[in-house]
Write a protein that binds this ligand. Structure first.
Ligand SMILES: *Cc1c(COP(=O)(O)O)cnc(C)c1O
Length: 395
C-alpha cells in the first residue's frame, strides 16, 4: 500500500509526522505500510516496557476480554484488586487509585495534596515544581510543568505551582511559605533531556519536606516500572516519598496509570475522585501481567546488565567522536551531542534502508534512548553501530 492511499485529512494536525503508517510491531521491531522494518529505540516514548505486543499482554487481554471488560468503578473487579496489592507489596505505598494516563494520575496527585492541605495545613495548596519539568497536558499538569512557553500557551494557568531549579536546594527553600503543601518532581527529568535529580538532592528534599510538614510527590510516569533498573526511581536514592504517580510502562502499551500514596496521606472521601474507565479490569489485567514480568527474579538484574552495556557503548562512542558525554539511569539514557544535530540524526536513522532505526531527540543537542527493558545486547550493538556511522556523517 502507498502512503498516498491513506487520507489523513480528518486528523487534527498536532505534530509533524513522517509519511509512514506503522502496521505491526514485535519486541524491538516495528513494520511500516510498505513492509520496511525499523529497530525501535523509542518504544512509544518509554511506554512499551516489554517491547511491541509481548506474549504476556496478548494472553492477558485474550483471557480478560472473555471474562469482563468493564464492570464500572462503582464495583470491585479482581484484576484491579490484585494489581493494587502487588504494587503496594513492592513499594513503600499503601493505597492505589488507577487512572488512564500519566497526566490524569498527576491531576489526582495534585488534588490529593490539596485535599491533604485543606485537612491538615489550614488550606495550604501550593505545590513547588521545577523548571523544565514535564507532568502532562491537562491544564493543571501543564501549569505544574516547567516547560518553556507553557506558562502562556493556554493562559491563564492553574495557580499554585511556583518553580524551583532542579538540584538547587536554596531555590526550593526560598519558595516555601505558609501556603506550601508539597514538592513534586521527576526523579529524572525525562522530556527535559534525561536530567537526573542527584541522590543527595532527593535526600535533601525528603528532609526539607519533613522539617516543614510538606508532602513529597514523585512523578514516576517515565522512571517507574523498572526503567532505571530499580522497580521505582525513588529507590535509587533510598528515600520514602509520600505520593507517587505511574504511567507509561505500567500498561506496557495500553492506557493505564496509577496514583499511589502512604496510608496517612490517603484522605480522599467518597465523591472526591473517580472516572468512568478508572481501574477497569481489561487494562488492570494487562498491568498485572506487566508487573509480574518485571518481578521475575532475573528481570531487573538483566535491565541493569543491559543498561551497563548501553552506557559503556555510549561513552565509548562519545570519546571516539569527541561528543559531550552521556547520562541517565538504567535504560533511560541520553547521548549529549555537543551540537544541534539530533533532529537530523533522527530523520536519517529512520530513512535508512533496508532497515530503519527509530531514535528520539527531545532537545536538538541530544538523543534519548528508551528501549524495551528486555532489549538484547545484540539489538543494542546493532543500534550503536548504525548510530556510529550516522554520527561520522553529521558530526
Ligand atoms: C509522559 C509523562 C507524563 C504524561 O503522561 P501521559 O500519559 O502522556 O498523560 C507525565 N509525567 C512524566 C514524567 C512523563 O514522562
Amino acid at each position: 500500500m502507498k502512503f498516498e492511499q491513506y487520507s489523513t485529512d480528518a486528523l487534527m494536525i498536532l505534530t509533524k509526522r513522517p509519511p509512514l503508517v506503522f502496521t505491526e510491531g514485535a519486541g524491538m521491531w516495528v513494520t511500516d505500510h510498505t513492509g520496511k522494518r525499523y529497530l525501535d529505540f523509542v518504544q512509544g516514548w518509554a511506554v512499551n516496557c516489554l517491547g511491541h505486543s509481548p506474549q504476556c499482554i496478548q494472553d492477558a487481554l485474550g483471557v480478560q476480554v472473555k471474562k469482563i471488560i468493564n464492570s464500572s468503578p462503582a464495583f470491585f473487579n479482581a484484576p484491579s484488586i490484585e494489581l493494587a496489592a502487588l504494587l503496594t507489596q513492592n513499594s513503600c505505598f499503601d493505597r492505589v487509585f488507577f487512572a488512564n494516563s500519566g497526566a490524569e494520575a498527576n491531576e489526582g496527585a495534585i488534588k490529593l495534596a490539596r485535599k491533604w492541605g485543606k485537612k491538615n495545613k489550614g488550606g495550604a495548596y501550593e505545590i513547588i515544581t521545577f523548571n523544565d519539568s514535564f507532568h502532562g497536558r491537562t491544564l493543571a499538569t501543564m501549569s505544574a510543568s516547567g516547560k518553556p512557553g507553557w506558562d502562556t500557551l493556554f493562559a491563564p494557568q492553574v495557580p499554585g505551582f511556583p518553580k524551583a531549579q532542579l538540584n538547587e536546594l536554596a531555590s526550593v527553600e526560598k519558595l516555601i511559605t505558609s501556603n506550601t503543601v508539597a514538592i513534586m518532581l521527576e526523579p529524572i527529568q525525562g522530556e527535559a533531556g534525561v536530567v537526573p535529580a542527584s541522590k543527595e538532592f532527593m535526600q535533601q528534599l525528603r528532609s526539607l519536606t519533613q522539617q516543614h510538614g510538606l508532602l513529597l510527590i514523585v512523578d514516576e510516569v517515565q522512571t517507574g516500572m523498572g526503567r532505571t533498573g530499580e522497580l521505582f526511581g525513588y529507590q535509587l536514592s533510598q528515600i520514602t516519598p509520600d505520593i507517587m504517580t505511574l504511567g507509561k510502562g505500567i500498561g506496557g502499551g495500553v492506557p493505564l496509570a496509577a496514583l499511589l500514596c502512604r496510608e496517612e496521606i490517603a484522605c480522599f472521601e467518597p465523591g472526591d475522585q473517580g472516572g468512568t474507565y478508572n481501574g477497569n479490569p481489561l487494562m488492570t489485567a494487562v498491568g498485572l501481567a506487566v508487573l509480574k514480568s518485571l518481578l521475575q527474579p532475573a528481570f531487573l538484574p538483566s535491565v541493569k546488565e543491559k543498561s551497563e552495556h548501553l552506557r559503556a557503548r555510549l561513552r565509548q562512542l562519545s570519546a571516539q567522536h569527541g561528543l559531550a558525554g552521556e547520562r541517565g539511569e538504567g535504560l533511560l539514557r541520553a547521548l549529549q551531542l555537543g551540537k544541534d544535530i539530533g533532529p537530523q540524526i533522527v530523520e536519517a536513522a529512520r530513512d535508512l534502508n533496508p532497515v530503519g532505526l527509530l531514535l528520539n531527540s527531545p532537545r536538538p543537542d541530544l538523543l534519548r534512548f528508551m528501549p524495551a527493558l528486555n532489549v538484547t545486547i545484540e539489538e543494542i550493538d546493532q543500534m550503536m553501530s548504525t548510530l556510529s556511522d550516522l554520527i561520522t556523517q553529521f558530526n
